[in-house]
Design a protein around this ligand. Structure first.
Ligand SMILES: C[S@@+](CC[C@H](N)C(=O)[O-])C[C@H]1O[C@@H](n2cnc3c(N)ncnc32)[C@H](O)[C@@H]1O
Length: 497
């Protein structure tokens, strides 16, 4: 996630990136601007006591860890949620310090589309012209000022210490000047200034208010049917950390066992429970792979495939199985029913992970577009296709800035080839589940519509009676803001006899 690499948005990831960028830009001249060493910075220095240049900067380990994570995301394309636990361990941060470091880093990464607009309004240069290490520190400061209860003077002085430690004494003047301006208003007041009015430019307003790239706002708005308020609710849900959902693999663990270990039963999936706190790996059933962490919608789309009645039902295929979430549940259900699952993935290391989530399944490495199985060999086929992942933005704080709309044509071409292949792999009368962890219409409806004349499209909602609000059918669409799950899409397609 190199600074300045976003589509059309430059370093201001989230501002006007993607199609039709440009709306919602900070309008010059509305606020006084502070520059690096310019008159406004001078005034800020003289107007308020500043610690810069005095003594040695205080080293706050939680903030340093949050900052180092942000730099790793920018410089090395690190995944925040994978690197953070390592950073915390290395720095021996636990309890409240670990929680603070995580909240600051994740919150800043999610919010930087908003924060960059505020920084632009308080600075004499656009964020893309600010040195990336300095910009990340200022973003961290803006997050503390606008979205936490940290007292403003503490947020400013801690950021200046951080800049002195990690960037240098000179740049701390710029940070000081910008942050003192930011501190003069609340988030709501800043949004009034930097976001275009919702009536005039709904997409631009939502992009800045909820810190998403413009192209993603457009895609999600289209996927919810155009309703701006519902789009806002969805974007807001994307900014919340998801609860930890567990699956009790049937025949191997029970929800009661998970509840006894501290989890709470879920609303929809008969196999799900939510863990309010603690390490899921510490639960014995999870440690023994009888249970696992798995989004509730991911469980339900797999379950729906198994609920379609078939006259013959002994061979199942999971064509894109890695890392094995759905395969783990399908394998358990197949075993109970006397059926057998074949789990397959293009990538060897991901196929290996399927080994760890299944017990009875056969697992292979194969390209689903060049099948290693004979046509018509399977009664049920799960095609959980590679996709943009726009339905799981909650899970990775930086993901929204990494996705690239230019990848969509290539992905949808692959999705079509895989779906053709899935329809060849299933026997006449058998059923294919086409699943994406994205609600993008190009990856969901458009792909399925292309095969409609070759298949019987089942009403997927009928196989998920426990879950309301799945849309107008015949497909089923889960939503973070409605179901508290990832935005997973399901189409159930029966191959004609
Ligand atoms: C959305 S993930 C699947 C998630 C998995 N079903 C689960 O529940 O854990 C998509 C998978 O498709 C695999 N993949 C991509 N192209 C493929 C191809 N041509 N054939 C088979 N698998 C492919 C990727 O390696 C990735 O593991």
């Amino acid at each position: 996630m190199k600074q300045g690499r976003g589509q059309g948005g430059g370093a201001r990831r989230g501002r006007g990136s993607g199609q039709g960028g440009g709306s919602g830009q900070a309008r010059p001249g509305r606020t006084g601007r502070a520059g690096h060493g310019g008159p406004a910075a001078h005034a800020a220095r003289n107007g308020q006591p500043s610690r810069q240049g005095r003594g040695r900067p205080h080293r706050d380990e939680a903030r340093v860890a949050a900052y180092d994570l942000m730099r790793a995301v920018d410089e090395r394309d690190a995944y925040a949620n994978l690197l953070m636990p390592t950073l915390l361990r290395q720095r021996r941060l636990t309890g409240r310090d670990a929680a603070l470091a995580t909240e600051l880093a994740y919150g800043t990464l999610r919010g930087l589309g908003t924060y960059d607009e505020v920084i632009a309004a308080c600075s004499d240069r656009p964020p893309e012209e600010v040195d990336p290490p300095l910009l990340d520190a200022v973003r961290l400061g803006v997050h503390q000022l606008l979205r936490t209860r940290i007292p403003p003077h503490a947020a400013v002085s801690a950021t200046i210490d951080l800049v002195r430690l990690r960037v240098g004494a000179g740049p701390s003047r710029y940070a000081n000047a910008v942050l003192r301006k930011v501190a003069g208003r609340t988030l709501e007041q800043w949004l009034e200034i930097v976001a275009p009015p919702r009536e005039e430019d709904p997409v631009g307003n939502l992009a800045i208010t909820y810190s998403h790239p413009r192209w993603i706002v457009t895609a999600l708005r289209d996927a919810v049917g155009g309703d701006v308020d519902e789009t806002a609710a969805l974007l807001e849900a994307d900014n919340e950390r998801p609860r930890v959902a567990l699956v009790a693999r049937p025949g191997r663990a029970t929800v009661e066992e998970l509840v006894a270990a501290g989890a709470e039963p879920a609303a929809y999936s008969p196999y799900a429970a939510y863990l309010p706190e603690g390490d899921p790996g510490a639960i014995p059933a999870v440690g023994e792979a009888r249970a696992a962490v798995q989004d509730e919608a991911s469980q339900l789309v797999a379950l729906a495939l198994t609920r379609v009645p078939l006259d013959r039902d002994s061979t199942w295929l999971d064509m894109c199985a890695g890392p094995g979430g759905k395969a783990g549940l399908l394998d358990a259900l197949a075993t109970q029913r006397g059926a057998r699952l074949l789990g397959s993935d293009l990538q060897y290391h991901r196929a290996r992970l399927v080994w760890g989530t299944t017990r009875e399944a056969k697992v292979i490495t194969a390209d689903g577009t060049r099948p290693a199985w004979r046509p018509g060999a399977f009664d049920r086929v799960m095609l959980d296709a590679p996709c943009t992942g726009l339905g799981a933005l909650r899970r990775r704080p930086e993901a929204r800035w990494r996705r690239d709309p230019r990848s969509i044509p290539e992905l949808t071409a692959l999705q079509r080839r895989l779906l053709d292949s899935a329809l060849e792999a299933v026997r006449p009368g058998g059923v294919v589940a086409y699943v994406t962890c994205s609600p993008h219409l190009a990856e969901t409806r458009a792909v399925v519509e292309d095969v409609r004349d070759r298949v019987e499209v089942l009403d997927a909602r009928a196989f998920l009676p426990e879950a309301p609000g799945l849309g107008d059918g015949p497909y089923a669409q889960f939503w973070p803001h409605r179901h508290g799950t990832d935005a997973m899409f399901l189409a159930l397609l029966r191959r004609p006899r």
